[in-house]
Design a protein. Structure first.
Length: 146
């Protein structure tokens, strides 16, 4: 399968937002939903962050036209004061539409990622992709604000 990778910015954010809609709703937008006005000013401020990286895989499907089918969202966190290790990329999300999986769209090298210790399926997938389990007992916690 032929695909290209594009960094998400103001010029292609509308198509990316359509993909995130599919992820969240399990379906593509209807014609009526596509016709609704879109306002992205706040999102464009977020995309301007120099440490935020969102890349999407784009295909040209005979049935569906040009569209994004998967994406990765990463944040670069520099290590202040370290010349040996200038920083790391942390993957926030990595997702591909189910019908486009197993075509190499989500492959990557040189990344570090974390998953829940109780998420055996994710650990098995990452190990199958060549990631090494470092055996650490790190616990990442999160709290959502209202």
């Amino acid at each position: 399968m032929d695909f290209t990778i594009e960094r998400i910015d103001k010029t292609n954010y509308g198509m990316f937002e359509d993909l995130t809609f599919i992820r969240g709703n399990g379906r593509e937008k209807t014609a009526e939903e596509l016709a609704l006005p879109r306002e992205y000013d706040e999102m464009f401020k977020t995309l301007a962050n120099e440490n935020l990286y969102i890349f999407a895989a784009k295909v040209d499907s005979a049935n569906f036209g040009v569209k994004f089918v998967g994406y990765v969202s990463a944040v670069y966190i520099p290590k202040v004061g370290s010349r040996k290790a200038p920083g790391h990329f942390f993957i926030d999300e990595l997702w591909t539409q189910p019908e486009y999986r197993r075509f190499g769209i989500a492959g990557a090298i040189g990344m570090r990622l974390y998953t829940g210790g109780d998420n055996a399926a994710a650990r098995a997938l990452y190990e199958k992709c060549g990631y090494k389990n470092l055996g650490c007992d790190a616990c990442f916690m999160e709290k959502e604000w209202e």
